[in-house]
Structures are given as structure tokens and as C-alpha cells.
Ligand binder design. Structure first.
Ligand SMILES: O=C(CO)[C@H](O)[C@H](O)COP(=O)(O)O
Length: 215
């Protein structure tokens, strides 16, 4: 069964406790936390106070996705807030090996994120250092975008790289995930699915999550 990580970017921020409890009471596994700085991506989401508010009520691990420049400057603060996974963009890290080590030293699982235009072979030298690889299946910055189909082939290539390295790296996908795209992704080798608008815009988020969980 895939790991399901609803993106709190699509939650109602005026009712963040209610939506956090909704995920607590669902079959979802993680809370996906999207941090955007308006520099690395053309949008600003939220930062420490909202993450802290979610953490206060969350009964499942926080999966923090940093869409920011200089992520190494903020890792310790997100670790102190209780992040279980911290993922940084390959495109934002000139010293990615060092940054992965910094995340682990802070007590968290370390992830690398690739934008749609970044090939998976960029990870060849560090795949065994990654607890998780997050492939963006939209250009990061906004929820509700259309899934980029070439992601399916990227998942297959990444799965092969992980198998050859005998690593237990988790493959996570983010952007435009719904039942159909989720099914194709899991068949290609994805272990974890992030879903924002598909979950929170649905009349029955619990059933939607259950559907993804049973893929
Ligand atoms: O990282 C993100 C945007 O950069 C979001 O997590 C992602 O887009 C999820 O939203 P949706 O499921 O609505 O596509």
C-alpha cells in the first residue's frame, strides 16, 4: 500500500486544527508541509508558525518540503519543530551531500526533490544517502496543477537506480496526483503520493484518501 501524504497547502488555514484532525482520523500516513519562499518558487505559502500549529495537533509524521533558497539555514528550526522528513531541492543546493548530512545530524530523515526538468541521473552519486527522493510532477509553486505525464518514466528510472544501488530510498511524487495518476505512479514504482487539491477539494476527503491508500 502506498504511503499517502496529504498536502496541507490545500487545507483551510482558517480551520487548520479541523483539517489536521481530519488527516489524523484518515488512512493517510504523513502530513506534507509545503514551504515556499517567493524566491525559489513564484509563490509564498507559510513558514514556522503554521507548521508549529499543524504539529501541535498532528498525530502522524510531518514530511517537510522546502521550496526555498539556502534551505541549509532553516533545517535546524524545522527539525526542532518536529519534522520527521525534511526534503530539499537538488536545484537549490550547491552542496547537496553536505545538506543531506546536516538533515540527518538534526535527527530527521533526509530527502532530495527534483523539479520536472531535472533528470534522475543527477542522483547517481548520492542515491544511497537519500532516505527519500521526491519527484515533482508539476512545476513547484502552486497546488491544483496538471500532472506532467513524463514523470511516470522518471519513476521507472529512479526505481531501477535504487534497486541497483540496493538502497531502501522511498520514491515520493508530488503534483496533480489523483486516483488515475496515482495508480500509474504506484504501478511504475512510487512508494508515496502527495495529494493536495484532490483530497481537500473533495466532498469526502476520508473516502478520497482511502481510495488512494487502496491503489
Ligand atoms: O508542492 C506542491 C506545489 O509546489 C504541492 O504539494 C502540490 O502541488 C500538491 O498539490 P496538488 O495535489 O493540488 O497538485
Amino acid at each position: 500500500m502506498p504511503i499517502i501524504a496529504p498536502s496541507m497547502l490545500a487545507a483551510d488555514f482558517a480551520n487548520i486544527q479541523r483539517d489536521t484532525e481530519l488527516i489524523n482520523n484518515s488512512l493517510a500516513d504523513w502530513f506534507h508541509i509545503d514551504i515556499m519562499d517567493g524566491v525559489f518558487v513564484p509563490n509564498i505559502s507559510f513558514g514556522f508558525p503554521v507548521t508549529e500549529a499543524i504539529k501541535k495537533h498532528a498525530k502522524k509524521p510531518l514530511d517537510v518540503h522546502l521550496m526555498i533558497v539556502r534551505p541549509e539555514n532553516y533545517i535546524d528550526q524545522f527539525a526542532k519543530l518536529g519534522a520527521a522528513y525534511i526534503s530539499v531541492h537538488w536545484e537549490a543546493c550547491p552542496h547537496i551531500h553536505r545538506t543531506l548530512g546536516q538533515i540527518k545530524e538534526a535527527g530527521c530523515k533526509a530527502g532530495v526533490v527534483l523539479n520536472p526538468g531535472t533528470p534522475v541521473h543527477m542522483l547517481e552519486e548520492i542515491i544511497s544517502d537519500c532516505d527519500l527522493v521526491l519527484l515533482m510532477s508539476v512545476n513547484p509553486g502552486f497546488g491544483g496543477q496538471k500532472f506532467i505525464p513524463s514523470t511516470i518514466e522518471k519513476v521507472r528510472k529512479l526505481k531501477q537506480m535504487i534497486t541497483e544501488a540496493k538502497s531502501d530510498t522511498i520514491i515520493e511524487i508530488d503534483g496533480g496526483v489523483n486516483y488515475e495518476t496515482g495508480k500509474a505512479l504506484v504501478e511504475a514504482g512510487a512508494d508515496a503520493l502527495v495529494a493536495g487539491s484532490y483530497v481537500f477539494s473533495n466532498a469526502d476527503p476520508l473516502k478520497t484518501i482511502e481510495g488512494l491508500k487502496n491503489l
